[in-house]
Design a protein around this ligand. Structure first.
Ligand SMILES: Cc1ncc(COP(=O)(O)O)c(C=O)c1O
Length: 267
């Protein structure tokens, strides 16, 4: 399963080759990638199936929900059956199923998202480009950039904080931002391997996943969307610049207070 993380398409062709070589099914987690493309073709067309999320934090919002998309008719039929307990009609059950039905209200919310899609994309792009201008050349703070040759929903403004350079950790930076009422988010933190049941089943798992460990300690997602604009972004970037300019001093002052206390009630 490939994950189009932050909406950036993963190496679809490479994974397809691996899947073919080993006769494996290939699925894509496209939760972040609604409205995005890979080599000019819209995400949703690849592998055996791709799965979008329509959770309230996602680009297309039905409060909760999602969609499985596939070009495989047999798989589509199975998924349709599964959506409603395996019922083929009023009293015939053909397969195992679950309750994956979408309510009318959720669907109506999704339609409003679709109607506003171009506007959301434009606002997200404006915000991303503004962050990019404000944070460029700030050592140790890397904004994850979008490939402008592809289509994107620009839903995620993601920083990777290299503490060895900034002298202020991602967690301390987050605590400073929260203190100023800026709800920047750690993401996928702590990694799945640090939750049950994995941490008990595989206690040494963290040592096997150095890249995951690095990423979960460096990533910080900044606010974006229609509720903010250039003025708010200027303010957020000013805080980040100040924190990095005084990295050692800030770290020394925060060392005695636990950043987890500040960020414990994160959404
Ligand atoms: C990469 C990724 N995959 C899957 C999901 C799960 O989506 P849902 O909450 O709609 O099941 C999320 C949710 O945040 C996600 O970020």
């Amino acid at each position: 399963m490939g994950v189009h993380l932050w909406g950036h398409a993963c190496d679809v062709d490479g994974l397809q080759k691996v899947a073919q070589r080993h006769d494996l099914a290939l699925l894509f987690d496209a939760a972040h990638a609604f409205g995005n493309s890979y080599q000019g073709q819209m995400i949703g067309n690849f592998g055996d199936a791709e799965v979008f999320s329509f959770h309230a934090t996602k680009f297309c919002n039905t409060f909760e929900g999602g969609a499985i998309v596939t070009n495989n008719d047999a798989l589509a039929e199975k998924a349709r059956l599964m959506r409603s307990f395996g019922f083929a009609d009023y009293d015939t059950v053909l397969d195992v199923g679950t309750n994956g039905k979408m309510s009318e209200v959720a669907a109506a919310m999704g339609v409003t998202s679709l109607e506003s899609m171009n506007m959301f994309m434009a606002v997200n792009y404006r915000n991303y480009a503004h962050y990019q201008r404000m944070l460029k050349d700030l050592p140790g703070v890397r904004l994850v950039e979008y490939d402008e040759a592809e289509q994107h929903n620009y839903q995620y403004v993601v920083l990777e904080i290299e503490e060895a350079v900034t002298k202020v950790s991602r967690d301390h930076l987050q605590a400073i931002l929260w203190n100023e009422n800026v709800r920047a988010r750690r993401y996928f933190y702590p990694g799945c391997h640090r939750h049950e049941p994995y941490r008990t089943l595989l206690p040494d798992c963290a040592e096997l996943l150095p890249e995951t460990e690095r990423l979960v300690s460096e990533v910080l997602c900044l606010p974006t969307g229609t509720a903010i604009g250039p003025d708010e972004i200027d303010g957020i970037c000013e805080i980040i610049h100040l924190a990095v300019a005084h990295g050692e001093d800030v770290t020394e002052r925060l060392r005695t207070s636990a950043p987890d206390d500040v960020t414990a009630n994160r959404a």
